[in-house]
Design a protein around this ligand. Structure first.
Ligand code: FAQ
Length: 334
């Protein structure tokens, strides 16, 4: 957005001023301009962005756990190197996203505290276990595939820092999706036992991947407002349908079956019809009753506590470095 709006001065804006700011904000959104951190924005817009970006960041960070479970057991050095790099990428995504949330005035410590105390969510998908090596392929193909379908439109989100973070994230997620596809293809073309392992993983990850897109549109609390603000560009059901349509031909090329007897092309709609999603399972996972909710959050808390000394050391080092620089500028010996 080109107009830098007031509202950062010592005095809170009056009613007439707020109306004027709101009009400029609305015009910027209507014109598809970006809202930037120093621009005035409605409190509810800011709160919605913090909620979504925080949930997204937490998903990337918690999402490292299911795949990290297989790093030490990857079947070859090549597979281990690829998986290590992928899990590191997810950490990087979490950090860009916490930084995007910081531009809205919400610190990382506060967000992590909310994650650790269950006051903020992360994606339901990461509460399922990775039982076999094929699950690493299924996560790459389906979970990263669903993430890309959801996140490519977020590159056009009205809030600048979030939109820009998504560009790099989507490039990396596309690479992740391809590595998952390639892993499953290798298994599918392998022995009977390997193919069965790949099929079993797809059977377990398919429905939870469809749930990643969120509740159906008529039960989605935030979609309408988020779409009006151009934070979200498509509804949950639109993106879920897009994902199903993308996956069907890919499953055929993989030689694997999607576990839905009702899945078929609907000529009239120009889309695939698919069977009903078990939303009671989704609600249970959101309430903390999924297969791995407790494990994920307790591992995250432990990692945070075990990393306390690193944060302390980094803060002391940064403080020392800053003093040395100030000293050097003042002509003192470092
Ligand atoms: N899980 O009104 P809506 C990844 C909540 S990153 C948990 O429709 P909204 C990378 C929702 O928060 C995956 N909670 O909400 C990777 C709300 O509750 P609240 C994460 C969910 O925000 C790959 C309530 O239900 N991606 O995979 C879920 O308009 C591999 C009502 O829902 C993002 O976060 C769910 N699935 O739409 C990493 C993308 N769905 O907040 C490692 C950005 C809904 O009022 C390995 N986020 N809820 O308490 C979004 O696009 C949106 O936030 C949606 C939900 C689409 C997720």
């Amino acid at each position: 957005m080109t107009t830098v709006l007031p509202g950062h001065g010592p005095e809170a804006p009056g009613e007439a001023e707020t109306e004027a700011f709101q009009a400029v904000f609305d015009a910027a959104v209507a014109a598809d301009e970006r809202i930037e951190p120093r621009d005035w924005m409605p409190d509810a817009y800011r709160a919605t962005l913090v909620r979504q970006i925080a949930q997204h960041a937490h998903s990337e960070i918690i999402g490292m756990q299911p795949e990290a479970n297989w790093i030490s057991r990857a079947p070859s050095l090549r597979r281990k190197a690829i998986l290590l790099a992928k899990v590191q990428d997810e950490a990087g995504h979490g950090l860009y996203l916490y930084s995007a949330a910081e531009t809205l005035g919400t610190g990382r410590d506060e967000l992590l505290d909310k994650l650790h105390t269950g006051r903020q969510k992360y994606s339901s998908i990461f509460n399922y276990p990775t039982l076999t090596w094929a699950d690493v392929g299924a996560i790459g193909w389906l979970v990263d595939g669903a993430a890309i379908t959801n996140q490519v439109p977020l590159c056009r989100c009205s809030y600048g820092p979030y939109a820009r973070a998504m560009i790099r994230i989507c490039k990396e997620e596309s690479f992740h999706q391809r590595q998952g596809y390639e892993l499953l293809l290798a298994l599918s073309r392998g022995t009977e036992a390997q193919k069965a392992m790949a099929q079993d993983a797809v059977d377990r990850w398919w429905w939870p991947s469809l749930m990643m897109f969120g509740p159906p549109d008529d039960e989605s609390a935030h979609s309408a407002q988020s779409m009006a603000w151009k934070i979200k560009r498509h509804s949950n059901d639109e993106l879920r349908q897009r994902f199903v349509d993308i996956c069907v031909p890919q499953a055929e090329s993989l030689g694997l079956t999607l576990p839905d007897p009702e899945l078929r092309w609907n000529e009239e709609r120009g889309h695939h019809d698919f069977g009903p999603i078990d939303w009671s399972e989704f609600q249970q996972v959101l309430k903390g009753n999924g297969p791995c909710n407790e494990q994920r959050i307790s591992q995250r808390r432990a990692a945070h506590e075990n990393g306390a000394w690193v944060r302390e050391a980094a803060a002391v080092y940064a403080g020392k470095h800053a003093t040395e620089h100030t000293g050097a500028r003042n002509g003192e010996a470092a």
